[in-house]
Design a protein around this ligand. Structure first.
Ligand SMILES: *Cc1c(COP(=O)(O)O)cnc(C)c1O
Length: 465
């Protein structure tokens, strides 16, 4: 399988090059040249496979430059740290199916992709006798999942900036209690935006970037999307066998459009009628819901909500979808992205027919999030985290008669205990893995939000030739 850029400015590359490249060198995003189709008999033959074996079948269709036994070993190692044998188990609540994606080491769905990406990086660096220094800024979940993805790995150091005192205590602990020699937590005296702009500036120093082989671990890496396609396929197999071959609708709490884009790839890949609709669920940051409902993709202010991992306006994976929406034309993507950069908005009314074949969208208020957590607990004894509640609320609103709906549960409720406790009216039990963090030693460098100082610190601790 060869990969191309949404902006058409690179010669096609194989899978492992896309992993190393991250962002395409022409500023676009990487996509498979074609999306492989799975016919019905192949799909049915996957019934009963373990999560890992299914992951291999799905991924192998997109990867032809890693030997079979190596890919199998990478997948196996990536899902060993998960605390459930099904990796992504489905829980059934009267007609709604909750897909629990939080059984990885940091209790958030990002582990599913970042455990795989960490192992993949290590594998490629060894193969190429190279090294990498990953730099990133986080407001919470991505940082800890990235750190757990690469802790203890060879040829790989990671530097994660978080805003000092502005991430939740659990998230801070999750990051700073990782004391492996290759992990560097930097708490900056500033905001998440300060951290992000410092990271951007450091990446902009081309000589520095080249010398230290800087790498990113954000959601634009194609390998992350690919790892997420697997659980859509797994859910469809389950629903097909338990609900008489009916199509499945997925409700997806959305921020950067990575998770739901994986669903879109699964929909294109699987036989007609496996996936009915993708319900895009947003909080008050509703740019993507406006895009789907009105064709209006225009930036608003970022609003802080109880689902902070979705407090995003410009979605970093949106350009991938735009490519398909604009008839796979790189020229049109380049023009549209230039217009968006200039005006902060894109009008896509002409595409509404196309959009509605695959998506519906709902924006959910803070009140509705609390109410959904309360009612789900009262009616089913099941506790949702605020991100998952956004998706469940959207699913209930969009539920079509007779179509099974799978709601993606993207975080464990204990990670967002304040909101959840308010909604259910009692304290939460802390899972053992989080409780254990409180007793661990921590390591973290507190620094001014000063680009030069931070860059010097990184240079002093980075791997280099
Ligand atoms: C990252 C995240 C999301 C949003 O996923 P995207 O791929 O950015 O759309 C939703 N919920 C949680 C808990 C997350 O960490």
């Amino acid at each position: 399988m060869q990969y191309i850029s949404t902006r058409g400015g690179i010669t096609a590359v194989p899978f492992t090059e896309t992993v190393k490249m991250g962002l395409a060198t022409d500023g676009g995003l990487l996509l498979p040249r074609t999306i492989p189709r799975v016919d019905r008999s192949t799909f049915e033959s996957w019934q009963g496979l373990s999560y890992q074996d299914l992951a291999f079948e799905v991924m192998a269709r997109f990867i032809d430059d890693i030997p079979v036994s190596d890919l199998k070993a990478l997948i196996k190692r990536s899902y060993e740290p998960f605390d459930h044998p099904d990796i992504a188990p489905l829980v059934h609540l009267d007609g709604l199916h909750i897909l629990e994606l939080f059984h990885g080491p940091t209790l958030a769905f990002k582990d599913i992709a970042l455990q795989f990406l960490g192992n993949l990086f290590e594998y490629l660096l060894r193969r190429d006798d190279s090294f990498m220094n990953i730099i990133g800024a986080t407001s919470g979940d991505t940082g800890s999942a990235a750190i757990y993805g690469v802790r203890g790995k060879e040829r790989l150091n990671i530097f994660i900036l978080h805003p000092h005192g502005r991430v939740s205590p659990i998230q801070e602990r999750q990051m700073t209690s990782v004391t492996d020699a290759n992990v560097f937590n930097i708490a900056i005296q500033g905001t998440f935006d300060d951290g992000q702009s410092i990271v951007k500036d450091i990446f902009g120093d081309v000589a520095f970037k080249g010398r230290y082989h800087l790498g990113a671990i954000n959601s634009i890496n194609w390998a992350r999307i690919l790892a997420q396609v697997v659980y859509y396929v797994a859910s469809c197999l389950h629903i097909t066998s338990h609900e008489n071959d009916r199509a499945t609708t997925f409700a997806v709490p959305t921020g950067n459009f990575g998770d739901i884009f994986a669903g879109y790839i699964a929909k294109k890949m699987l036989p007609e009628g496996c996936i009915s609709k993708l319900v895009l669920a947003t909080n008050a940051n509703d740019i993507l819901a406006r895009m789907i409902n009105q064709g209006d993709y225009s930036l608003g202010p970022v609003i802080a909500t109880s689902s902070p991992s979705m407090d995003i306006q410009a979605a970093s994976n949106f350009e991938r979808y735009l490519y398909y929406l604009l008839d796979s034309s790189p020229q049109h993507v380049v023009a549209a992205m230039a217009r968006f950069k200039e005006q902060g908005s894109l009008q896509l009314e002409d595409c509404l027919g196309h959009i509605r074949r695959d998506f519906v969208a709902v924006s959910v208020t803070e009140e509705e999030v609390l109410q959904t957590i309360t009612e789900c607990y009262r009616n089913h004894g099941y506790i949702l985290d605020p991100h998952t509640a956004v998706g469940v609320r959207a699913a209930l609103q969009q539920r079509a008669q007779g179509i099974p709906t799978v709601c993606l549960a993207t975080a464990h409720p204990a990670k967002f205990a304040a909101t959840v406790e308010q909604a259910i009216g009692r304290p939460l039990d802390l899972p053992a893995s989080l409780a254990a963090l409180l007793d661990l030693p921590t390591r973290c460098e507190i620094m001014a939000a000063d680009r030069q100082q931070i860059q010097t610190y990184i240079a002093n601790h980075a791997l280099h030739r």
